[in-house]
Every structure is written in structure tokens, then in C-alpha cells.
Design a protein around this ligand. Structure first.
Ligand code: SF4
Length: 358
């Protein structure tokens, strides 16, 4: 605002209109004088990703396929722009929005379909925030009072650290999106320097760690990131992490039938988490085009019981939107599900070569 000769406080007003009131048209920003609204409309635009497709699940979840305007302006040149996914999940009294932090992902967890895209590119802070704004706008008439945001879509948030933190500061700012820290969760595959960085932040969300194995050998086999940041280093970073009084670390454990779902695994998980204020979310693997199978119900129950018997808080999470490929580990730009709206045609997903970190 100062650059265009306006007082700085106009910047705060514009910020409030964009993020707190979620207004996109300058004409509707009634906290700005009419002449300024006109000037902004003449000279600037609020650029958002476009919704390419929506897929609606029978459980109420909606998966959005969003096209990004690339730095090269690809959306305007006809070149295929980067695409990401966001998922809307309604529940009683709240909605949860799952957002992507990168287009594709380089981490290559073997049970995750997103890994097959490789890393396309990092998202900007604006592109991360825009996913929330777009999804909330799409449901404006029926929103529940509370919004949860989970950074669990495509990408590893801690490998796109600065833009993710910039987005989080706006999400958690009382004058911005005003989400409570306890309602925003960042999930990581275990990037130790990123966890250490987050520990130093004044403003931060809740932290979830994607654990998925109870030994290095087992974890190496499904999460190559473990060779760089093995369990001992990961859990040491978790032990040093400064939890707020109300907070627990969340450990996510995707149960792969016959691979990591034995009672012995559960006992080792208990030992790994000893001394940590933590809870465990067990996620039965979601069938996809990968060589794994969901756990048997008895194995799942036994695993849960072993943790519960040792007083580890444990929850079984069934993913939403499985029929639309919106569930955990299924975000790979695929087209399953009921298309409820197609605005632009999207080519079938390509399979770019993996960009490997290691
Ligand atoms: S599980 Fe997360 S970190 Fe691992 S490949 Fe998939 S998107 Fe990347």
C-alpha cells in the first residue's frame, strides 16, 4: 500500500478483507474507501488456483483438483500447469480441510500414491492458503462453525519450510484466518532439521509424525527418508520438541497387512514412545494400485489393544473419501469418484521421473 502511495494501515485492512472476511473482489471490500477499491480493481488482481475438477464421496468428502498458475505463467500459455489436491471433510460442528504443500512429493514413501508423481514443485505460501480459501468459499452456505486444517495433502511440508511457515502464520493470526493452533496440524515423514526448526517457532501448529514402522529395517523398507533420519534421530528430535501444556505429539501409523501390524510391532512402538507425551493414530492402509493390503480386523484390534494396555492413547482413523481417492496416501491426481463439476479438462496423470533426495 505504501508503494502505491497509500497509508500502511490500508495494507492491514486489505489483509483483513482477504483472509479474515475471505473477500476476493476488491469491490466487496467495504473496509476500504470506494476510490481505493476502484484503483485496486483497475491495477491489481487476486490470483487464485482454478478448480479443474471436484469429486464428491459418498461420505460427504469432496476432493478438489486445482490447477496452479506456474511462475512461468503456464496457465496462460497453454502449457500444462502444476496441479495439486485439497480435500474437504465435513463432520458434526466442524469441517476439516486437507491441503497440499508441494505439487507431488520427493519423499517416496512406498505405500503412498503421491510418491509416484515425484516432486513437481514447491507451492508458494499464497497457493497453500488459497486452497483453504477456495474450499471454504465453495461451501460458504453450509459451513460449520469450526474449521480444522491439516497439512497432509501432497508433499512434505518441512521440505518447503519457509512458504509453509509463512502460510501458517497467516492461518494462525488473529487478524488473518484466525484458526486456533490446536485446530491446525502439520504432518511430516520425519524431516529432523524441519522438526528442530519448528520447535524454535513462536507460532506453530500441532505436529504429527508419520511413523509407520517399529524398527529401522522395517521403516527403511517403506520410507527411504528413514536412511537419512533414522528412528533414533527422529525420536530424539521429538523428545526435545517443546510441547505446549495442552499438546501431544501425534504419531500416525499406517497399518499394512502382514508387514507392520504384528503385536510385536505394537510392543516396539510402545517402547519407542516411552516418555513422550503422545498419541497414536492407527490408519488401516487404503487400497490403491500398490503391492500392499489392508490389515485384518483382528490384527488391527490386537495392535490397538497392546498400545491401550500400556496407556498409550490410541485411535483408529478410517480415512474419508476412499471412493474418490481422497484418503491418506491416495492423492495422485487420479480420477476415481463422482465428478460433480468439471471446469477444465485435465489430462490423465503423468508419471514424471521421481526426484530423489537421497
Ligand atoms: S506419505 Fe507424504 S511424505 Fe510420503 S510420499 Fe506421500 S506425500 Fe510424500
Amino acid at each position: 500500500m505504501e508503494e502505491i502511495g497509500e497509508p500502511a494501515y490500508r495494507g492491514a485492512q486489505l489483509y483483513h478483507a482477504l483472509y479474515a472476511e475471505r473477500r476476493r473482489a476488491f469491490a466487496s471490500m467495504s473496509n476500504l474507501p470506494a476510490a481505493l477499491r476502484q484503483r485496486l480493481a483497475d491495477d491489481f488482481c487476486v490470483d487464485m488456483p482454478t478448480i479443474s475438477q471436484r469429486f464428491r464421496s459418498s461420505d460427504g468428502a469432496v476432493r478438489y483438483l486445482l490447477s496452479l498458475a506456474d511462475a512461468s505463467g503456464a496457465q496462460h500459455t497453454g502449457e500444462s500447469p502444476a496441479r495439486v489436491e485439497a480435500v474437504f471433510m465435513p463432520a458434526d460442528g466442524r469441517q476439516t480441510i486437507c491441503v497440499s504443500t508441494q505439487a507431488g512429493c520427493a519423499v517416496d514413501c512406498h505405500f503412498c500414491l503421491t510418491a509416484q508423481l515425484g516432486l513437481v514443485r514447491n507451492l508458494t505460501a499464497g497457493e497453500i492458503l488459497a486452497q483453504i480459501l477456495i474450499v471454504l468459499e465453495d461451501h460458504r452456505e453450509s459451513l460449520a462453525p469450526r474449521t480444522n486444517v491439516v497439512l497432509m495433502g501432497q508433499g512434505e511440508p518441512l521440505l518447503n519450510y519457509e512458504p509453509v511457515m509463512a502460510a501458517l502464520r497467516i492461518m494462525l493470526d488473529a487478524n488473518g484466518m484466525a484458526l486456533a493452533p490446536r485446530h491446525v496440524t502439520l504432518s511430516t515423514s520425519g524431516i529432523v532439521p524441519g522438526i528442530e526448526g519448528l520447535a524454535r517457532e513462536k507460532v506453530r501448529p500441532k505436529l504429527a509424525i508419520s511413523l509407520n514402522a517399529s524398527t529401522d529395517e522395517e521403516r527403511d523398507a517403506i520410507m527411504p527418508i528413514n536412511r537419512k533420519y533414522p528412528l533414533a534421530a527422529l525420536l530424539a528430535a521429538c523428545r526435545k520438541y517443546p510441547l505446549r501444556p495442552w499438546e501431544r505429539l501425534t504419531f500416525e501409523y499406517v497399518l499394512l497387512g502382514g508387514f507392520n501390524d504384528a503385536p510385536e510391532d505394537a510392543r516396539r512402538v510402545v517402547r519407542l514412545l516411552t516418555g513422550l507425551r503422545a498419541k497414536v493414530n492407527l490408519i488401516p492402509w487404503n487400497p490403491g494400485d500398490l503391492p500392499y493390503r489392508p490389515p485384518a480386523m483382528e490384527q488391527l484390534n490386537e495392535f490397538r489393544d497392546v498400545l491401550a494396555a500400556k496407556s498409550v492413547p490410541v485411535f483408529v482413523r478410517y480415512s474419508r473419501g476412499q471412493d474418490i481417492r481422497a484418503a491418506c496416501g491416495q492423492l495422485a491426481l487420479g480420477g476415481a469418484g463422482t465428478v460433480v463439476s468439471t471446469i477444465a479438462s485435465v489430462p490423465p496423470p503423468g508419471r514424471p521421473q521421481h526426484t530423489r533426495l537421497f
